[in-house]
Design a binder for this molecule. Structure first.
Ligand code: 3NM
Length: 218
């Protein structure tokens, strides 16, 4: 149960859908094949976040997909989500593991290699590392990391690493080449007028490039 069985991690931001309801756009992504969604609507009050999480639990269940909730352990438990996604200002990973038990997934947002190493040590199941490229919502984090940080994190931790920040289909080959398990995305899918089609393109690219990167040289 507690396994990272996806390589494209869709992160939500209802402000990036061009006025379309978030649920509708995420449904399109799920029907295009997305297997894991992180509900991340940081500006919603608890009650609204919980209600939205209920809707997303039903939606992801209908597609047999994973639902992870950003930061809110109470909301994660209340809606029966598959996991939690933590960040540096969340409760410590090891305490969350104690609260949630071994079955639920714990993802962690890291911004440098040392944080990825520490997240694994504390019991995270996977790490999202970025921003790899410049991305408007993350300029406060400073300079983009570039691919070398993904490479050194992948060399130092054994949990899967997902590259985030400016990920698009034409950057998948680089992500995999630098040791990432996959990518985490917002705008590449949520901003696309045809999110189902965009998801299909992204997932086909992941599959093709993964097959190429694991092909035997002989
Ligand atoms: N976290 P897009 S970058 C939510 O570096 C988020 O931790 C980041 O959006 C990090 O796919 C980011 O549109 C935004 O670039 C990702």
């Amino acid at each position: 149960m507690n396994s990272v069985d996806f390589d494209c991690y869709l992160v939500t931001d209802r402000h990036q859908t061009g006025g379309r309801p978030l649920e509708r756009v995420v449904r399109e992504c799920l029907s295009g094949g997305v297997r894991a969604v992180q509900l991340r609507e940081k500006d919603l009050p608890g009650r609204d976040y919980f209600r939205l999480a209920e809707v997303f639990r039903a939606l992801t269940d209908a597609f047999g997909a994973r639902l992870l909730v950003n930061d809110r352990i109470d909301v994660c438990l209340a809606v029966g989500a598959d996991g939690i996604h933590l960040r540096s200002d969340s409760l410590p990973i090891s305490d969350v593991r104690r609260l949630l038990g071994p079955e639920r997934l714990i993802g962690y947002s890291a911004h440098r290699v040392s944080e990825a190493v520490e997240a694994e040590r504390q019991g995270a199941d996977f790490v999202v590392l970025g921003p790899v490229y410049d991305t408007p919502s993350k300029r406060a984090l400073g300079h983009p990391l570039g691919w070398s940080e993904i490479r050194s994190a992948a060399d130092r931790v054994s949990v899967p690493i997902f590259a985030i920040g400016g990920m698009r289909s034409d950057r998948i080959a680089e992500a995999l080449r630098h040791g990432a398990r996959g990518i985490a995305v917002i705008s590449a899918l949520l901003r696309d007028p045809d999110a189902r089609e965009a998801t299909g393109i992204l997932l086909r690219e992941l599959k093709t490039k993964r097959a190429a990167s694991t092909a035997s040289p002989f």
